[in-house]
Design a protein around this ligand. Structure first.
Ligand SMILES: C[S@@+](CC[C@H](N)C(=O)[O-])C[C@H]1O[C@@H](n2cnc3c(N)ncnc32)[C@H](O)[C@@H]1O
Length: 298
């Protein structure tokens, strides 16, 4: 099984060790450009788990709280919606005061067994060193008959191919600029360390198996493409939130980072129109916790 240690071996170092792993340094960029994009997925995810009115919902790896916010509209103000994330900076960007926040991570969720009607994790389970204990802990805090939902980047591979020509060209331009400032192998190793399960969960069958492995049943897996149009400045700001960029920025320092940004902006402008058409493809998996058998009472 792949573990954090496996990946750390191949991860290049940057000054200040592993600070690039945390989202703390990119909250502003995330909240301004990335959160809205993730909110589109969050709306679909929460609709699929369908939180009950006045119910309890846990958003794991909530970040700025995009899924928690949608859940709160479903539960109403008498519901209890909790957002947990290891990055307090991300949690601080949550704008909905009725969402309860806690700095925490999975596994190790600070809740009793069978606490929540619904547990969701939007774009989180590919980021953790080991996904099994994370899903098991999420299932642990779920009430019997409760529903758990997760999303990952990936495609069902069905239907007509999605046209991502401009998005690909934008990434290519960014990579060309990055290669002038760092080794692309190093950046690839950093990305693999940040999201160790990206490739694994790109296969819908693995997503299904992962939820079944956590003891959940009636697993439903679906997928959807989200198209949007971004100014080149916003595209670049969104790219700043990636592990590759966070590592590069940390390694280059302020002056060289500014140089890199200018170079990337120039190559982008030469490669793609402004605004640029982008596409995110996501997989959804929703499952139910079995009710289990009632024990005989004495
Ligand atoms: C790609 S962001 C998604 C944030 C948010 N769910 C959204 O849709 O915008 C991944 C989030 O997972 C958090 N995270 C990383 N490891 C985690 C863990 N073990 N348990 C809970 N959250 C974690 C990160 O701090 C980050 O906020």
């Amino acid at each position: 099984m792949r573990t954090a240690a496996t990946y750390r071996l191949g991860v290049p170092t940057a000054p200040d060790h592993d600070a690039w792993r945390s989202y703390d340094s990119v909250v502003d960029a995330y909240a301004r450009v990335r959160a809205d994009r993730n909110a589109a997925l969050a709306r679909d995810l929460v609709a699929q788990v369908a939180p009950p009115f006045t119910g309890t919902v846990l958003d794991v790896g909530a970040g700025t709280g995009v899924a928690a916010d949608v859940a709160l509209t479903a539960t109403g103000s008498e519901g209890v919606v909790v957002a947990i994330d290891p990055s307090t900076a991300m949690l601080r960007a949550e704008r909905q005061p009725s969402v309860l926040r806690a700095a925490s991570a999975a596994p190790g969720l600070p809740f009793a067994d069978a606490t929540f009607d619904r547990v969701v994790a939007n774009l989180v389970i590919a980021h953790v060193p080991e996904y099994e204990p994370v899903l098991a802990d999420m299932a642990r805090v779920l009430l019997p008959n409760g529903r758990l939902g997760v999303t990952v980047w990936g495609s069902l591979g069905e239907g007509p191919p999605v046209d991502d020509t401009q998005d690909r060209a934008a990434h290519q331009a960014w990579n060309t600029a990055a290669a002038e400032f760092a080794s692309i192998d190093d950046l690839d190793a950093v990305a693999a360390a940040g999201t160790p399960w990206d490739d694994f969960f790109d296969d819908p069958a693995n997503l299904r198996l992962a939820l079944e492995g956590a003891g959940l049943r009636h697993v439903e897996v679906g997928g959807r493409a989200y198209r949007y149009r971004l100014s080149l400045d916003d595209w670049l700001t969104g790219q700043d939130t990636t592990y590759r960029s966070r590592f590069l920025r940390q390694r280059l320092g302020d002056d060289r980072w500014t140089e890199f940004r200018e170079r990337a902006r120039a190559l982008l402008a030469a490669a793609v129109p402004d605004p640029v058409d982008c596409v995110d493809e996501a997989l959804f998996a929703v499952a139910t916790k079995p009710a289990g058998r009632r024990r005989d009472r004495p």
